[in-house]
Write a protein that binds this ligand. Structure first.
Ligand code: HEM
Length: 423
């Protein structure tokens, strides 16, 4: 049985933090192997990368997400009783609640809400002499639209406050120390707010649109007929609201790609009339493939299996490389090149393109918000390419891959923004 390579240091946490996103990919390439062992945070781990590794990782039932994240990130991103922490039938049932929200008409409604918020925001920016920071503005747009979409419209002041809270939560998720503590503190505050909202809906003191996430989560019943505990209901609602706001990061990477590849702006502008051309779809997929967002996902083995001659015993901690798999040369020709046409006539397998996880939606932990993400990126890219004229002033657009989650350093400033009259 061939031994799997080992990262040759007593503990590799520092290497992970100082190399950032490419940590697993770098080693897999160096070792010429899909997997290696390492110690991370003084815990033995198996790191793996590539489409075959993704297929192994996303085999239904094999892994649990419990105990699979560093505790600080876990507490900032998920919580006790949330869908991520469930397994088997309990997971399947709860996941179905999320998938129920993702119908084509519901997604189209969210797109309309976001388009309207972009239009309103563009009016506000008109007079901003120094321009605006797109990451923050896109978060505001998405938070306002998401509030309406889930059935919880926000006043301007509330929207600003919740946008800032949720933004800090996202920025602080993978950090340690004060940034992370702040994220946790804000998270508790946001959860308190959402607990109160769910309680009001259940008591009939607040109306909630029947198909919106607020009504669905408030009314959801566990298999024994009980409603979700209030803290869990708040967490699941936040599991819809927060990641919608997080799509702003992809939108910023899309803006960066439009800036670096201006012919794509023209191509999207000249679309096929309704603006929903294939070009926009390819462009968005290429941004999702290359943008550094979630570097990896972790799991603990539930059902033992063997792969590459290695026995994966129950409890083994495994990290699957999302960043490196999305640029694995076995699946992607010239993987670092930004080439949206690669998506022309290409079926996207559930294991090669995994910025939001892979495998099946119902049977595993793959992100239920993937269709929403793509739809919101398409709407926003059309706004940026065809709906607005703006200037990108001199700024530091470099992306630090050791900072997770990453963004252009300037967070993308745009100036002299004007709505285009012909859209
Ligand atoms: C901003 C872009 C997004 C990224 C990069 C992203 C990424 C991910 C990743 C990597 C996972 C974990 C997959 C795994 O454990 O195997 C995940 C899970 C999840 N995402 Fe997203 N996501 C995004 C947007 C969304 C949206 C818009 C929603 C909801 C509306 C959402 C809701 C969730 C939920 C509830 C889970 C847990 C699923 C489960 O455990 O079964 N995400 N996401």
């Amino acid at each position: 049985m061939p031994a799997i390579p080992r990262d040759d240091r007593p503990d590799s946490t520092w290497a992970l933090l100082s190399e950032g996103y490419p940590f697993i990919m770098n080693r897999c390439r160096r070792f010429g192997s899909d997997l290696f062992t390492a110690r991370l945070m003084f815990t033995p781990a198996i790191c793996m990368s590539g489409p075959e590794a993704a297929r192994v990782f996303y085999e239904p039932g094999r892994f649990t997400r419990n105990g699979a994240l560093p505790t600080t990130a876990l507490r900032a991103l998920q919580d006790k009783g949330s869908v991520q922490t469930l397994d088997g039938d309990a997971h399947r049932r709860r996941k179905a609640m999320f998938m129920e929200l993702m119908t084509p008409p519901a997604i189209a409604r969210l797109q309309d809400l976001v388009a309207a918020e972009w239009a309103a925001a563009a009016e506000r920016w008109h007079g901003a002499p120094n321009g605006v920071v797109l990451l923050a503005e896109a978060r505001g747009v998405l938070c306002r639209a998401a509030g309406r979409w889930i059935g919880l419209p926000l006043t301007d002041a509330e929207a600003d406050r919740r946008t800032a809270e949720i933004g800090a939560m996202i920025d602080g998720a993978a950090s340690v120390g004060p940034r992370n503590w702040r994220a946790l503190w804000l998270r508790r505050r946001t959860e308190r707010w959402l607990r109160a909202v769910v309680a009001e809906v259940r008591a009939g003191r607040r109306a909630a649109e029947p198909d919106g996430a607020l009504a669905v989560v408030a009314a959801y019943r566990e298999p024994d007929g009980r409603p979700l505990d209030l803290p869990v209901a708040a967490v699941e609602l936040l599991n819809v609201l927060r990641p919608i706001v997080a799509v702003a990061r992809f939108i910023v990477f899309a803006a960066l790609a439009l800036h670096e590849h201006p012919h794509w702006r023209d191509r999207i502008r000249d679309g096929d009339g309704d603006g929903d051309s294939d070009a926009t779809e390819w462009f968005v997929q290429e941004v999702r493939r290359l943008a550094p967002f979630f570097p990896m996902v972790g799991g603990r083995v539930r059902e033992p299996f063997a792969w590459h001659g290695h026995d994966f015993a129950p409890g083994t901690w495994v990290l699957l490389d999302l960043f490196g798999t999305n640029r694995d040369p076995r699946a992607w020709e010239d993987p670092e090149a930004f080439r949206p046409e690669r998506f022309r006539d290409r079926a996207i397998s559930a294991y090669e393109m995994i910025p939001q996880g892979g495998g099946g939606f119902e049977t595993g932990h793959r992100c239920p918000g993937e269709w929403i993400t793509i739809a919101l990126m398409k709407t926003s890219v059309r706004v940026l390419a065809a709906g607005l004229d703006y200037r990108v002033p001199d700024q530091d657009l470099s992306v630090d891959l050791t900072r997770m989650p990453a963004a252009p350093r300037s967070r993308f400033i745009i100036a002299d923004v004007r709505r285009r009259l012909t859209v």
